[in-house]
Structure formats: C-alpha cells, structure tokens
Design a protein around this ligand. Structure first.
Ligand code: TMP
Length: 216
C-alpha cells in the first residue's frame, strides 16, 4: 500500500492556519478523500496533558529547556501513536504544526542551537518529514492583533481561544519566529509553500487549494 501523505500547517500565532485547516477538511470531505487531522502539541491523550502543562500556565514558569523537551516528548508520542500508523494505512494526515515549529520557536525564537534542535527533531520523528508544509506568512503586528481580538471574544473561557503563554512573548520574539520560518522555507523550497496570510479567510482559502494542487 502507498504511504499516506503528511501535510503540515505552520506560521506565527494568529496567522489563520487552523481556520484554513478546517476549510480544507470541508473540501476533502466534499471530495470523499479520507483524511485525519491532528495537532501539536496535543494530538494524543498524553499530548493533551503536555499541551496543558505548556500553554495554560503563567509566563516564565516553564524553563526553556523543559519546554523544548516537552514539545519533543509530545511529538515522539504523536508520531508513534497517531501519525505513522495513519500514514501506513495510506491515509492523508493534516497536522496543525509539526517539528518546524520547534525549529522556529525554540531554535530561532528562543535561541537554542539549531544543530541540537535538528537532532532532537530527528529523534522525535524517527526521520519522518512532511510531504508538504504550508507556511501562512503574516506580519507580526497583524498576528498579535488577531490573537488579542480572539482572546477578547473568549470571555466564556475556552482556554484555547485565550492568549496563551507564547502569545504573550514580546513582538521581537515573534519576529524571530516569522523570519525563522521564512528561512526554513528558503532552505527547503520543494517541501514548503508560502501562503500570504494577511487577507480574509475567503481570500486565503483558494491559495491553499492552489498550493496543494497535485497532492489532494
Ligand atoms: P497553536 O496555538 O498553533 O496550537 O500552538 C501552540 C503554541 O505552541 C504556539 O504558540 C506555538 C508553540 N509551539 C512551540 O513553541 N514549539 C513547538 O514545537 C510547537 C509544536 C508549538
């Protein structure tokens, strides 16, 4: 059986990748294409606990090295329990973030050595790479504005809709993350598709289907 394809969605906080993933799900369902969707952190039961431990706590309470290792632990479980078995069954897997997020946030953002990050990513994934990575590229000010609008709307306490720990990092951190992602896209042009994400949901949607032509 041919292995399923892995499509990952990346970008700074507020870039709209999760909304676009949901739109793509509808398109795939309409075309009767079997798929599963998932996310990091939090794609497994263990991952949900790691996600809560990482994101729903006060700033500065997670040491940067502990943070790096927790994302890697989440990923190791996720690849082995969920992603690899689905790919082996020939199913298309959509993932809201994958190891590039560690390179962008913990590597470029926090400043961990990129060689170490690559080794850790490789260990966690067992060498598994996405077939396509969609990078939703957006200026940081717009991303942060979207996040804060969203958290203002979330007075009903849905924790994921509230500004989480990394969203509260300074603008320069998010600038480094954005530039890190662009650097990664530059290094792997075959795998990456850069999607300009400043437009409305409806403007960005056709860019996603266009970027995935020949894949779905
Ligand atoms: P999300 O809001 O896209 O679900 O991502 C949760 C946060 O976790 C987001 O601020 C990015 C961050 N993150 C990392 O810093 N490193 C990682 O490896 C992953 C997967 C996410």
């Amino acid at each position: 059986m041919t292995r399923g394809k892995l499509i990952t969605f990346e970008g700074i906080d507020g870039c709209g990748k999760t909304t676009q993933l949901r739109m793509l799900e509808r398109i795939l369902t309409g075309r009767n294409i079997p798929f599963v969707s998932t996310r990091e952190p939090g794609g497994t039961d263990l991952g949900k606990m790691i996600r809560a431990a990482l994101l729903n706590v006060s700033p500065h309470s997670v040491d940067p090295l502990a943070e790096l290792l927790l994302y890697a632990a989440d990923r190791a479980q996720h690849v082995r329990e969920f992603i690899a078995p689905n790919l082996a069954k020939g199913i298309l897997v959509l993932s809201d973030r994958f190891y590039d997020a560690t390179t962008a946030y913990q590597g470029y953002g926090r400043g961990f050595d990129l060689t170490l990050i690559n080794q850790l990513n490789n260990l966690a994934t067992g060498g598994l790479k996405p077939d396509v990575t969609l990078l939703f590229d957006l200026d940081v000010a717009t991303g942060m504005e979207r996040i804060h609008r969203r958290s203002g709307d979330a007075a009903d306490n849905t924790t994921d809709a509230q500004a989480d720990r990394l969203d509260r990092e300074p603008l320069e951190f998010h600038e480094r993350v954005r530039n890190g992602y662009l650097e990664l896209a530059h290094q792997e042009p075959k795998r990456y598709r850069i999607i300009p994400a400043s437009g409305s949901i409806e403007t960005v949607r056709p860019l996603v289907t266009e970027a995935l032509r020949g894949i779905i």
